[in-house]
Ligand binder design. Structure first.
Ligand code: ACO
Length: 360
C-alpha cells in the first residue's frame, strides 16, 4: 500500500502531464508557458474537450450562451444559501443542474462557477446580480459580473492567464475524485460535484485564502522571518509551499507571477503587498530548506494565486470558487475520458481491524 497513493499510476490520459522533476506542465502537447502566453481560456477548453465532444467552431459563443442560461438558475438562491461560504453555496446551486454527458451539459457546468461566484458575492453584499454578456470573453465577463465595471485589458488578461494556468493538472485529488465518479457512469454534474468537494480542502484548492492570512499575520517584510520561524516551530504548514509531485518550483507559480507583474505594471496591485509577498516567499523558502533539507519544498500555484485574485478584487472566501472556474474544464475532460476509456475504479483496502471472536 502507498499512503496517499503516492506514485501510484491510476489512469492513462491524453490530457496533461505533470513533470515533477523538471517542473514542467504539458497540456495536450503544449507547454503551460506557451498556452499562458498565447491562448485564451476558451482555446484551452477547446483543446481539452477535443475528441470528447463534437467540435464546435463557436465554443466561445456557446459558452457565452451557457452563461446566460445559467444566470436563470439564480432564482434558486434563498437566504440560507447566502449565509454559506461562496464555494458551498455554489455547490448547492450546481447540484441542481441536469446530470448530462453532452456538450451542452459540459458548457453549463463550465459556465456555472463564472456566473454563480460573482452573483453570490453581490447578493451576499445586498446588491443585485449582473447578467452575463454572452459576446464577452469568459474572463472579462466574470470580472464585469462581479464589479459592474468593464475590466481593464490587464485585469482581463490576468484572470485569463489564471484560468489557463489552473485548467488541468494531471491526477490531482479533485480530478481523481471526478474520475472515480465518472467511472461509475454517473453524469458530469455528479463528477464535478465530487471534484469541487475535494478541491475545497486547505491541502488542495483551499490554500490561497490562508496564504493571504499568512501575509496579514507576517505584516511586514522585517517581521516575516520571526513569524515564519514561530509557525514552523509550532509544526504548522506554510500555505502555498510544497507539492506531492513537484520537487522543484511549480511552473504555475511563475506563470502566475508573470500575471501579477502585468497587473503591477498597470498599477493594479499594491506595491507594498507585492514586496511583502516576495519577502515572505524568500524567507519561507530559506527556512523550509533549513528545516527539511531532504524534502524539497518550493512555491506552489497557490502562493501567487492569492496575490492575483486579491488584486482582481475577489474576496479570499471566494478563491476556491474561482479556482473551480478554471479547473472545471479539466474535470469534465477527465470525466469524459474516464467514462469512454476507463474501467470502474474500485481499489482494495487492507483490513487492520479485529477478527470476529470464535463462538465459545
Ligand atoms: N510547510 C511546512 N512543512 C511542510 C509543508 C509546508 N507547506 N509541506 C510539506 N511539509 C512537510 C510535512 O510536514 C512533512 O514533514 P514530516 O515528514 O516531518 O511529517 C513533509 O514536509 C512531507 O509532507 P507530506 O505531507 O508527506 O507531503 P504531501 O505530498 O502529502 O503534501 C501538500 C503535499 C499537501 C501540498 C503539502 O506540501 C502542504 O500541506 N502544503 C501546504 C498547503 C498547500 O499549499 N496546498 C496547495 C497545494 S497545490 C494544489 O493542490 C493546487
Amino acid at each position: 500500500m502507498n499512503a496517499g497513493l503516492e506514485d501510484v499510476v491510476a489512469a492513462s490520459t491524453v490530457l496533461s502531464d505533470v513533470d515533477g522533476k523538471n517542473g514542467r506542465l504539458i497540456i495536450r502537447g503544449s507547454s503551460l508557458d506557451d498556452l499562458v502566453t498565447n491562448d485564451r481560456y476558451e482555446n484551452v477548453l477547446a483543446l481539452l474537450f477535443a475528441g470528447f465532444f463534437p467540435q464546435t467552431p463557436s465554443l466561445p459563443a456557446a459558452l457565452g450562451a451557457a452563461r446566460a442560461e445559467i444566470f436563470d438558475h439564480l432564482t434558486a438562491v434563498d437566504p440560507t444559501l447566502l449565509t454559506l461560504p461562496p464555494v458551498d453555496a455554489m455547490r448547492a446551486l450546481l447540484a441542481r443542474l441536469d446530470d448530462g454527458d453532452d456538450l451542452s451539459a459540459a458548457l453549463r457546468l463550465v459556465a456555472a462557477p463564472a456566473v454563480f461566484i460573482p452573483a453570490l458575492l453581490r447578493l451576499k453584499a445586498g446588491k443585485s446580480a449582473i447578467a452575463p454578456q454572452p459576446a464577452s470573453s469568459h474572463a472579462a465577463d466574470t470580472l464585469r459580473m462581479m464589479t459592474g465595471d468593464i475590466p481593464s485589458p490587464e485585469q482581463t488578461a490576468a484572470l485569463d492567464r489564471y484560468l489557463v494556468t489552473v485548467a488541468d493538472h494531471g491526477l490531482n485529488a479533485s480530478t481523481f475524485a471526478a474520475r472515480v465518479v465518472a467511472s461509475t457512469r454517473a453524469g458530469l454534474t455528479s463528477s464535478v460535484l465530487a471534484a469541487l468537494s475535494a478541491l475545497k480542502g486547505p491541502l488542495h484548492g483551499g490554500a490561497p485564502g490562508p496564504v493571504l492570512d499568512m501575509l496579514d499575520a507576517a505584516a511586514t517584510p522585517d517581521n516575516a522571518p520571526n513569524w515564519i520561524a514561530a509557525e514552523l516551530a509550532r509544526g504548522e504548514r506554510l500555505m502555498g509551499f510544497g507539492h506531492r509531485v513537484y520537487r522543484v518550483r511549480d511552473p504555475r507559480a511563475d506563470a502566475l507571477k508573470s500575471a501579477v507583474r502585468l497587473l503591477a505594471g498597470a498599477g493594479a496591485i499594491d506595491p507594498a503587498r507585492l514586496a511583502l509577498a516576495e519577502a515572505v516567499e524568500r524567507t519561507a523558502l530559506d527556512q523550509l530548506k533549513a528545516k527539511k533539507p531532504d524534502r524539497p519544498l518550493d512555491t506552489n500555484v497557490e502562493f501567487y494565486t492569492a496575490l492575483l485574485l486579491e488584486a482582481l478584487g475577489f474576496p479570499r472566501q471566494a478563491f476556491t470558487g474561482v479556482f473551480a472556474m478554471g479547473r472545471v474544464g479539466g474535470w469534465i475532460a477527465h470525466a469524459r475520458e474516464q467514462a469512454e476509456t476507463g474501467r470502474l475504479i474500485r481499489p482494495r483496502s487492507l483490513y487492520i481491524g479485529p477478527q470476529p471472536q470464535a463462538a465459545a
